[in-house]
Design a binder for this molecule. Structure first.
Ligand SMILES: [Zn+2]
Length: 69
C-alpha cells in the first residue's frame, strides 16, 4: 500500500515501503525544515494528513495550545 505525505512546501513523499517512507520524510523534515521526527511521529503525521486533519507543520503547535480550537 502506497503511503503519501505532502509537505506545506509542496514536497511530496511517495513510498510503498513503510521504512523507506519514514526515512524520506525524516530526511526532508530535517534537511529542509530543521525539524526532527521520530519514526512513530512520521506515521502519526501520515495518518492524520490522510484524514485531512492538517499538515505536519500545524501539528507542531498542538502541544502548546491544545484547547484553543
Ligand atoms: Zn517541506
Amino acid at each position: 500500500m502506497e503511503k503519501v505525505l505532502r509537505c506545506d512546501c509542496g514536497f511530496e513523499v511517495h513510498a510503498d515501503d513503510e521504512a523507506k517512507f519514514v526515512a524520506e520524510v525524516r530526511r526532508h523534515a530535517l534537511g529542509e525544515h530543521g525539524m526532527q521526527f521520530s519514526p512513530e511521529e512520521v506515521l502519526q503525521l501520515a495518518f492524520r494528513t490522510e484524514l485531512g486533519e492538517g499538515t505536519w507543520q500545524q501539528r507542531l503547535g498542538d502541544e502548546t495550545r491544545e484547547d484553543t480550537s
